[in-house]
Structure formats: C-alpha cells, structure tokens
Ligand binder design. Sequence first.
Ligand code: CU
Length: 130
Amino acid sequence: MSAARRRARPVVAAPALLALAVLVGGCGSDTSIDAPFAGATAELRADNLAFEPAELTLPAGVPLRIVLDNLDEGIPHNVRVFQGERELGKSQIVTGPARTEVRFGPLAPARYQFTCDVHPNMIGTLVVTP
Ligand SMILES: [Cu+2]
C-alpha cells in the first residue's frame, strides 16, 4: 500500500515540473518577434540614447505591437507603454544590438506614452487613431 503511494508521487509531480519548465522557457526567450501577429506593428529604434521616431501612430481597435530595434551597442533598452499611471505593456530589456517587442491593446483613440525603464529620459508619444 505505502509502496504504491510512493510510486505514485513522481507521476503527480511530473506535470507540475513540465508546466514550470514551459513557463520559465517562455519568460526567458525572446523568439516571439518572429511569431505570427494579427494586428498592427510599429517599428521603433533606440539610437544614441533616444527613441527614433519619438512619435508612433497605430490604429484603434486591433491588437498592437511595438518592435524595438536597439542600435546602441552595449547599452540596455526596453520599451514600456503607458497612459498616465497605467502600464499597458512592456518589453524585455535587451542590450544592443538586439531586438525586442511589446504586445498590447486593443486601445481606444488617444495619445499614449512610451519610455525606457533604464533611461526614464527616453520618452515618446503613441498616437492611436480612430
Ligand atoms: Cu534605454
């Protein structure tokens, strides 16, 4: 009886370990840029400690994505999208040259902001149009 219980334990534990491995793998990788995306994408560069362009335009009512191309060699950047105090999404911090992305939305037409968590002086405006 007790032997059967002991054998049963790993069977119970295995799915939990597998789920954990998938979770950790998903957080650590940044392969989602190449994954299919049904929505609108804006391309953004981090160049010489500034966002280029400083203003992005995306449409309302669809899933949104900003792909950040960090051109600053050896310098970490990311992009975080927010409206007032509300964070709408943020990418991983990547050290250039490297790319990352943030997916968020859909959003209502308005002006939103984006920044870099490493360099709060890097700021930009996202205009979501009707
Ligand atoms: Cu930065």
